[in-house]
Write a protein that binds this ligand. Structure first.
Ligand code: FDA
Ligand code: NAD
Length: 436
């Protein structure tokens, strides 16, 4: 006979960044023991995912759990499993939900358990796009690796140990591509990066920004192969990858291959049950979906971006944290007949690799205005870019800034000051932002 359903007032489906920050907000707003459960297919309590492509891969003093559980990444208290236990928040781990019925408010796990709820927060995040999804020949060979969760990171660490000082090919020129190429190089691998575009991270970087990072990586000994992609792989008799075959006919030897060709929001469980937009689950400014009592937060949510008057999905940690807090505040306010202000998000992305670090705020649309010295060989690199649209600054990127300067560029991206003279803006550089 099937076990009885377990009932919770609130269920957070997913145990990643948004789940951890939502739990903390429930803790702040008040939650009774037994009211809230987090259901996650991962084996561990929510953690700060960005650590996996950075500190987790350091050759020395690498970050390990429990060191980076949420909410330590934004300077808050680290929520250890004991924290959830003390609050009476159930962490239902190693549990993959395979069916969701929003009409009957029921979730079913792969192991056959059922869970019912009054309010659901969908926080399933993204999955990696795999080369096997496109039927790339040999993409299933050993040591062709992806990075999304701590299990993937452990596989990568084991492969790095097994293939010490070997050859690594990194497929993809986005966030994972750039951060993992740096991590592998720092671990003494001979690294080649391959991506189809004319420059790395075209989703954000302009040619001028990419000029710096490509030169910097090249100076560190990372080889860059642009304008082509992996069309197949060779392996030895054990099935271990030995080479990457490129579309342009070149062949690169490889002991390890890391693939970072994008993510896909995990919305499949809810297909046909909830309104979708731009590949995500459509929400209002409180993260409530088209189904009352069902919220979507983090990577899966397509929400109204008030600042730009359109609907967007954001795959970055700052939004995962803030959307979670907003949804829980809205849920609790609604219960007590109060209201909260609509979400008013300023996009914020960042990355760190080798010994550089950048931040970006706002929107990368309109004309870009490069400032500072983007010479990759500069002793203390400091440069950036403004984006100017309809005569106003709408986005700012800065490498090598101080804490005050990063705060200043955030203010500028939000305030959108007018720009009369683009040449003067270029000359002024970050000073323009610090004056506002
Ligand atoms: P997240 O992916 O964190 O969590 C989803 C959770 O749901 C996971 O626990 C998953 O297992 C679970 N789940 C999914 N389906 C399920 C099911 N059916 N049943 C049960 N559980 C299920 N961003 C940034 O701004 N700066 C950075 O430096 C980085 N660095 C970075 C590194 C790496 C390696 C990755 C993969 C990503 C980043 N990011 C980042 C992006 C950032 O981490 C990401 O946007 C947030 O983790 C999104 O938070 P979510 O909670 O939405 O998803
Ligand atoms: P991405 O979208 O940043 O980059 C994907 C890249 O894949 C593209 O730039 C392109 O160069 C490349 N590409 C596409 N098809 C290819 C092919 N067939 N062969 C070679 N290259 C190909 O995605 P990602 O880097 O995989 O990151 C996955 C997710 O993790 C994203 O949501 C990202 O935002 C997130 N993430 C964010 C950070 C950060 O914010 N610092 C760091 C790591 C990961």
């Amino acid at each position: 006979m099937a076990a009885e359903a377990r009932h919770f007032k609130y269920v957070i489906l997913g145990g990643g960044v948004a789940a951890g920050y939502a739990a903390r907000e429930f803790g702040k707003q008040g939650v009774k023991p037994g009211e809230l459960a987090i259901i996650s297919k991962e084996a561990v309590a929510p953690y700060e995912r960005p650590a996996l492509s950075k500190g987790y891969l350091f050759p020395q003093n690498a970050a390990r759990l429990p060191g980076f559980h949420t909410c330590v990444g934004s300077g808050g208290e680290k929520l250890l499993p004991e924290w959830y236990a003390e609050k009476g928040i159930e962490l239902i781990l190693n549990t993959e939900i395979v069916k969701a019925d929003l009409a009957s408010k029921t979730l079913a796990s792969a192991a056959g358990e059922t869970f019912t709820y009054e309010t659901l927060l969908i926080a399933t995040g993204s999955s990696v796009i795999k080369l096997t999804d496109f039927g790339v020949q040999g993409a299933e060979y050993n040591n062709i690796l992806y990075l999304r969760d701590v299990q993937d990171a452990d596989k990568l660490v084991a492969a790095m140990q097994a293939k010490k000082d070997g050859k690594a090919v990194v497929v993809g020129g986005g966030y994972i591509g750039l951060e993992l190429s740096a991590a592998l190089k720092t671990n003494n691998f001979d690294v080649t990066m391959v991506y189809p575009e004319p420059w790395c991270m075209p989703r954000l970087f302009t040619a001028g920004i990419a000029h710096f990072y490509e030169g910097y990586y090249a100076n560190k000994g990372v080889k860059l192969v642009k304008g082509t992609y992996a069309s197949g792989f060779d392996a030895d008799a054990n099935g271990d990858v030995t080479a990457v075959k490129l579309k342009d006919g070149r062949v690169l030897e490889a002991d390890i291959v890391i693939v970072g060709v994008g993510g896909r929001p995990l919305t499949g469980l809810f297909k046909g049950q909830v309104a979708e937009e731009k590949g995500g689950i459509k929400t209002d400014g409180f993260f409530e979906t088209s189904v009352p009592g069902v919220y979507a937060i983090g990577d899966v949510a397509t929400f109204p971006m008030k600042l730009y008057n359109d609907q967007r999905r954001v795959e970055h940690v700052d939004h995962a944290r803030k959307s979670a807090e907003q949804a829980v505040k809205a849920i609790k306010a609604k219960e007590s007949g109060e209201s909260v202000a609509e979400y008013d998000y300023l996009p914020y992305f960042y990355s760190r690799s080798f010994d550089f670090a950048w931040q970006f705020y706002g929107d990368n649309v309109g004309d870009d205005v490069l400032f500072g010295d983007n010479d990759p060989a500069a002793e203390k690199p400091k440069f950036g870019s403004y984006w100017v649209k309809d005569g106003k600054v709408v986005g700012v990127f800065l490498e090598g800034g101080s804490a005050d300067e990063y705060q200043a560029i955030a203010r500028v991206a939000k305030a959108q000051p007018p720009v009369a003279d683009v040449e003067a803006l270029k000359k002024e550089g970050v000073e323009f932002a610090t004056k506002i």
